[in-house]
Design a binder for this molecule. Structure first.
Ligand code: MV4
Length: 451
């Protein structure tokens, strides 16, 4: 096992990684920006090195500075967390060049999955269902229109370098196709420096259900079931849960097997997530693969009892996964609410500033992953998530009631948060009945006079 790890991240995920390290006696080196001097991840690490000014482009995204810190600290491995450099294939390559273990998949696999058209092609080869659409990149509007008319409207135009909803255009008919196609290309060029786009049939009112997979260096690949992440606002997840009320054992096995087939096909290693769209008839389609630990990994940990960060470290160190597929059981139902420093009454605008009073909920079946504390100043430079609250119970009802109770106990003063918003969802009749599609929030806001 490793002796010392550099954590190339901040906030709650840096804490999450350090906690598992400490449990196993692995030393931790934190890196931080000038805006994060007072952060818990700096205080809880064994050592910490400042790597630059507040903007991420001058600190957490600076591979050169992270490698300087790694050399100074003489670390064996780097855990990238999520965001920042976590899906940067060049960074993973540079780690290998420096003889530092990158805790994640191989660089070629990161690169391949980062190109959404190549990832889809890989899924097709692995016999994982894909949404009907173009064979890869579409160069010209006439070619695109032909594809659209063949598969039928509505269609969606996606940027190959996109992801997370960025660079998508929905097109309802052939009249608007050319205009939308060219807008999509221009936006993709502007946002990602890569104008390449592809076309898919639009799946209406889908669920977003993703499969957690885990693969070691010895060819063992397992899935840890699904997370239902349908409750999203503008492609930002708000609530995640496992298991999904929509899947039965047979569909779970089919989707899990599909995710494992894809991972096998690309020689995947370490933790990953295969995202699917699931339509109302239960047909599922590959969307994208995330080659990092995800924000919502804790939901799977609580539902299955597996420590995913521990597995990530062991796998990167060359150990075998110490259990088999048949040992993976959803023993609990787990629901997560993200707590963002945002004002739900003002279009969810971020609310950086000082938390003047902080009390986190606890008790039976409650987990809080957070870097917040009373007196903490939330910097304006990073994303607004300040905590993840997970409630676990023997059934979905128990978990929802517990979540409602825990959200009611949570005290955060000084900044607005999404706590009241997610608390209202916990009492919503559609949510309680498990009627969650990617349209849920939009409809919830309309029902409650906010949209
Ligand atoms: C789609 C889709 C419908 N049909 N693709 C949005 C995020 C990006 N990763 C893919 N997304 C979608 N792709 C086809 N062919 C609908 C969405 C979508 C969505 C997906 C997951 C979660 C929330 C969503 C909200 C709106 C649209």
């Amino acid at each position: 096992m490793f002796d010392k790890i550099l954590i190339a991240n901040r906030g709650e995920i840096a804490l999450r990684i350090m906690r598992t390290c400490r449990e196993w006696g692995i030393k931790t080196l934190a890196v931080y920006s000038e805006a994060d001097e007072q952060s818990l991840h700096v205080q809880l690490a064994d050592e910490a090195i400042c790597i630059g000014r507040a903007p991420a482009s001058e600190s957490y995204l600076r591979a050169d500075r992270i490698f300087s810190a790694a050399e100074l600290g003489n670390v064996d491995a780097i855990h990238p967390g999520y965001g920042f450099l976590s899906e940067n294939a060049t960074f993973a390559e540079q780690c290998a060049d420096c003889k530092i273990n990158f805790i994640g998949p191989r660089p070629e696999v990161i690169r391949q999955m980062g190109d959404k058209a190549r990832a889809k092609e890989m899924a097709r080869k692995a016999k994982v269902p894909i949404v009907p659409g173009s064979d890869g990149v579409v160069e010209h509007e006439n070619e695109g229109l032909k594809v659209a008319e063949t598969i039928g409207f509505p269609v969606i135009i996606k940027a190959v370098a996109g992801g997370g909803g960025k660079g998508m255009r929905l097109v309802h008919n052939s009249v608007s196709f050319s205009k939308e196609f060219n807008v999509a290309r221009a936006e993709a060029e502007k946002n990602f420096g890569n104008g390449a786009v592809y076309i898919e049939k639009f799946v209406e009112e889908p669920r977003h259900i993703e499969i957690q997979i885990i693969a070691d260096k010895h060819g063992k690949i397992l899935h840890l079931g699904e997370r239902d992440c349908s409750v999203q606002r503008r492609y930002q997840k708000v609530i995640e849960e496992a298991p999904s009320g929509f899947l039965d054992a047979s569909l779970r096995t089919k989707m899990g097997d599909a995710a494992v087939r894809l991972a096998k096909r690309c020689g995947y290693e370490n933790a990953g997530t295969v995202e699917f769209l699931v339509d109302k008839s239960g047909d599922f389609y590959f969307m994208e693969m995330n080659t990092r630990i995800q924000v919502e990994h804790g939901v799977t940990e609580e539902a299955t009892g597996v420590d995913l960060i521990d597995l990530q470290l062991r796998i990167a160190a060359g150990e075998k996964i110490p259990f088999d597929q048949k040992h993976v059981k959803f023993t609990k139902h787990a629901i997560e609410c993200r707590v963002n420093a945002e004002d739900p009454d003002h279009n969810f605008t971020p609310c950086p500033g000082e938390i003047i009073l902080y009390y986190a909920p606890g008790g039976n079946g409650v987990r809080v992953d957070s870097h917040a504390y009373g007196g903490y100043k939330i910097p304006q430079y990073y994303d607004s998530m300040i905590a993840k609250l997970i409630a676990t119970g023997s059934t979905r009802d128990v978990a929802m009631n517990r979540m409602n109770r825990a959200l009611g106990e949570y005290i955060i003063r000084g900044v607005s948060t999404t706590i009241p918003f997610t608390k209202a969802i916990m009492s919503d009749l559609d949510f309680r009945a498990g009627k969650v599609t990617t349209k849920f929030i939009e409809e919830f806001m309309k029902r409650n006079g906010r949209g």
